[in-house]
Design a protein around this ligand. Structure first.
Ligand SMILES: Nc1ncnc2c1ncn2[C@@H]1O[C@H](COP(=O)(O)OP(=O)(O)OP(=O)(O)O)[C@@H](O)[C@H]1O
Length: 223
């Protein structure tokens, strides 16, 4: 998606001690759905060149926090500041069944100001990094679930956003694709981007720079 805002008042885009630019700053986030309190006073600060994981059991509020960070829903309290461009990969693939992957690349690339050729080039390159070579003429509705999810990930990364928010992005990936996915995430970090991943795969947490645990009663930042 093409949500992009610059630094705002009270936020200067640099922070100690790393000296790297803060790309996402969420402070004091609270959210309730009717009488159900989902998030209370959650903080998350992510710098350029960092991977952050959001963990917690089912219903802990991970997707809610990510949607708030993406600007899709508003918090009841707190403030989110994003510096630079943002890509968001929703938990349920937001792809259109009657378009081919190539048509998705064109459509989403246009939203990023890319030409058809450049969109196709970038889409196929990102797909290749996830061990997927999109066949021409196949509709998204006829892709396997895991491949449709790869398309979802590729679309969120198509515009090379500074900050990438991924909500359980590897659902249905086979093992090799899952390994490829984490390799891509590390490459994005090396390129100075920031990545926030909602995950249940706690065995991957040694790959990330910080972990936000939304489990009620848990200490929030566990690294
Ligand atoms: N639009 C909504 N209206 C009402 N309740 C909602 C809404 N969206 C989420 N909830 C509730 O808020 C709680 C947190 O949901 P959320 O999807 O953020 O959790 P999650 O940690 O991502 O869960 P999961 O691991 O199952 O994906 C859940 O109890 C959910 O039912």
């Amino acid at each position: 998606m093409g949500y992009s805002v610059g630094a705002r008042e009270g936020f200067h885009g640099m922070s100690e001690p790393a000296g790297r630019k803060v790309l996402l700053q969420a402070r004091g986030i609270a959210k309730r759905y009717k009488r159900r309190r989902v998030l209370t006073g959650v903080d998350l600060v992510v710098h350029a060149g960092e991977i952050a994981a959001i963990v917690g059991g089912n219903g802990a509020g991970k997707s809610t926090l990510l949607k708030i960070c993406a600007g899709l829903i508003s918090p009841d309290k707190g403030r989110v500041t994003v510096s630079g461009s943002l890509g968001y990969c929703p938990q349920n693939a937001g792809v259109m069944g009657f378009l081919t992957p190539g048509e998705h690349f064109t459509l989403f690339g246009a939203g990023r100001g890319l030409s058809r050729k450049e969109s196709d080039h970038r889409g196929r390159k990102l797909a290749g990094e996830l061990d997927w070579s999109p066949a021409r003429g196949v509709l998204a509705k006829d892709l396997s679930g895991g491949t449709r999810q790869k398309l979802n990930v590729v679309l969120s990364a198509l515009g090379a956003p500074d900050l990438l928010l991924l909500d359980e992005p590897y659902q249905g990936f086979d093992h090799g694709s899952y390994v490829d996915f984490w390799r891509s995430v590390r490459a994005w970090r090396e390129a100075g981007r920031a990545v926030v991943v909602v995950t249940h795969m706690l065995n991957q947490l040694d790959q990330v720079d910080q972990v936000l645990d939304l489990t009620p009663g848990k200490d929030r930042g566990i690294r």
